[in-house]
Design a protein around this ligand. Structure first.
Ligand SMILES: Cc1cc2nc3c(=O)[nH]c(=O)nc-3n(C[C@H](O)[C@H](O)[C@H](O)COP(=O)(O)O)c2cc1C
Length: 185
């Protein structure tokens, strides 16, 4: 698969890092784009900076020379992780002024998979209406809501409970987080 990982300036840069850590560059073509504010949050939340998988291509936010800027060459899937309310609103309303937003626009119009991992609380009606619009347009909204039932012990394991669901929705087999009722009853 050709997968575009888009990182925006919401808290939870670790979710993006763990997704990148668990995408096999031998099996998939991996592209990455970051919003301007993502870089600020990454600096704050990932002490060593963002680690890219070998061979992953990092694209310039302000250049439309990336393949996925055109409907003629869309990714199979795009994940916006973590996704700010700002980016969610801009995608919902068709803004395309940088390559991250344009890619989301392309993915929606070409009926490819768009997974948004929003991180905000509480939600306003504006946020919920934007989510409604995106769901109607075919996106998957997969909130960064970790689960606690599997006895997680570390922050990374907690983040992985969200990333495992993202991988599930990408159709990538994984054992990143224990599944509910995995043991025989
Ligand atoms: C440390 C930090 C954490 C933030 N966390 C969130 C968040 O969880 N959710 C959100 O919607 N915005 C958050 N913001 C605000 C966004 O970064 C801001 O709205 C920005 O304009 C979003 O731009 P982008 O969508 O292009 O990344 C945060 C900002 C900073 C500096």
């Amino acid at each position: 698969m050709k997968i575009l990982v888009a990182i925006t300036g919401a808290s939870g840069a670790l979710y993006a890092q763990r997704l990148l850590d668990n995408l096999d560059p031998g099996a998939h073509e991996i592209h990455v784009v970051q919003s301007h504010y993502a870089q600020q949050v990454i600096a704050q939340e990932l002490p060593g900076g963002l680690r890219l998988p070998q061979g992953a291509q990092l694209h310039n936010l302000k250049s439309m020379n990336a393949p996925f800027a055109s409907g003629s060459n869309p990714p199979d899937a795009m994940v916006v992780i973590p996704c700010t309310m700002g980016t969610m609103g801009r995608i919902a309303h068709g803004y395309s002024e940088d390559v991250l937003l344009r890619a989301a626009d392309v993915v929606l119009k070409e009926r490819k998979k768009l997974i948004l991992v929003p991180r905000e609380t509480p939600l306003s009606l504006v946020h919920v209406k934007n989510m409604e619009l995106l769901l109607l347009a075919g996106a998957t909204i997969l909130p960064a809501n970790p689960s606690f039932y599997s006895g997680v012990k570390t922050v990374q394991q907690l983040a992985d409970t969200v990333v495992a669901r993202v991988l599930d929705h990408l159709g990538i087999k994984n054992k990143l987080a224990p599944r509910w009722a995995e043991e025989k009853e």
